[in-house]
Design a protein around this ligand. Structure first.
Ligand code: 1CP
Length: 348
């Protein structure tokens, strides 16, 4: 691993450098818990309109950077712009979340149009370029995409799901056609991430939020292998750009994911014991995350204890401070400020 001398602490951590004060950013750091986000959100119609509006998307990406001085900004967009770019119908219902016209069986795969993807996503690349110019020089810019498995669950369930029944039954009954969907998503996701890096992203993160719903064989085939294929393709074009994988709730299978996909770093959910992760994960794979988002919402001394536990557990390893999943929208912004201060030792 080459240890970078970058002005960006986030990139130094990803190059393997252990820092006295770990860099910090939070998943979903732009969003509804911030009043200034809600104000911009109210100016546009649908949520997707915000994702495709480079000026406003840039503004909401910068809001948490201005307020908290995080070490990294994450492009404001959503994992579901990819199925939308593949020409599946996608919309967001206020208070309910994402809706998609679901793929019901293999014959529906014909709806998907891979050639349309990069053209459709041009406004997102414009946002990346604007952010690259606007961010302070010490702040890294993270691009992202949903991992094929997680995106496929939305495409097949038609939105959020509790048990992913339709998707899982499809994988068991007709793995060959499910593999065709995953292959389409691997190609489109790799192209999408490469284009974000071309536009100015310093690093990329692959969100496999529902990896924990898979059994071991399913995890290998639908989460680990697609991640490995995406890493290979992105590396072929951008060998030095760090890639963070987030196979959320994968438990001990984090080990295989970290060892076999080729990712630079793994983002850890809060269910993974910190000491186990610090002891067991390969030394050359950087770690990120692990703080329970509910501990941040709760605040107080329990939050301080949870933070100190993570700092202690990952002491001596390159670690990026973050949550185990996205910030909860009821989180008081003051608690985020207190968290950043504690990490940077501005308070006792
Ligand atoms: O109108 C609104 O404000 C809707 C809320 C919202 C926001 C702020 C959604 C709808 N998406 C986003 C932005 C977003 N989504 C970002 C960029 C902002 C940032 O991180 O600061 C990112 C990285 C995502 C990623 C995302 N979207 C994931 C993966 C991470 C995770 O949280 O697991 C997933 C699963 C989605 C789908 C999605 N988007 C939005 C909703 C309500 C959902 C469904 C979540 C679910 O099924 O539980």
């Amino acid at each position: 691993m080459i240890v970078l001398r970058s002005p960006k602490p986030f990139l130094r951590a990803l190059s393997g450098q252990v820092q006295d004060i770990p860099p910090i950013w939070l998943m979903r750091q732009a969003g509804r818990y911030l009043p200034e986000y809600r104000a911009v959100r109210a100016e546009v119609g649908g949520f997707l309109d915000l994702c495709y509006d480079p000026d406003r998307a840039c503004e909401v990406t910068l809001q948490p950077i201005r307020r908290f001085g995080f070490d990294a900004a994450i492009l404001f967009s959503d994992i579901l712009v990819l199925p939308h770019a593949l020409q599946q119908k996608v919309w967001f219902v206020e208070g309910e979340g994402p809706k998609l016209e679901p793929l019901r069986d293999a014959s529906d795969l014909a709806i998907l149009q891979p050639d349309a993807v990069l053209g459709h996503l041009r406004p997102v690349f414009e946002t990346v370029a604007k952010l690259n110019a606007a961010l302070p020089m010490e702040t890294a810019l993270i691009g992202f995409a949903g991992a094929p498995w997680t995106v496929a669950t939305y495409m097949i369930e038609g939105g959020s799901s509790r048990d992913f029944a339709k998707t899982k039954i499809w994988t068991y009954r007709d793995p060959d056609s499910f593999q065709r969907l995953i292959d389409i998503l691997v190609d489109a996701t790799a192209d999408y991430l490469v284009a974000q890096i071309d536009a100015g992203a310093d690093a990329v993160q692959l969100f496999d939020s529902w990896a924990g719903a898979l059994d071991e064989a399913g995890f290998r085939r639908w989460s680990l292998e697609p991640a490995k294929a995406i890493v290979e393709r992105v590396r072929a074009r951008h060998p030095d750009v760090p890639i963070i994988g987030f196979p959320r709730a994968a438990g001990p299978l984090y080990m295989d994911y970290a060892a076999e996909t080729g990712v630079t770093a793994v983002s850890l959910d809060q269910g993974l014991p910190a000491e186990w992760a610090a002891r067991t994960l390969p030394r050359d794979v950087v770690t990120q995350g692990n703080l329970d988002p509910m501990a941040l919402l709760a605040g107080g001394t329990a939050l301080d204890r949870a933070v100190d536990h993570i700092l202690q557990a990952f002491d001596g390893r390159p670690h990026i401070f973050n949550l185990g999943h996205g910030i909860i929208k009821e989180t008081p912004p003051d608690y985020v400020e207190r968290l950043v201060a504690r990490i940077r030792r501005a308070t006792s």
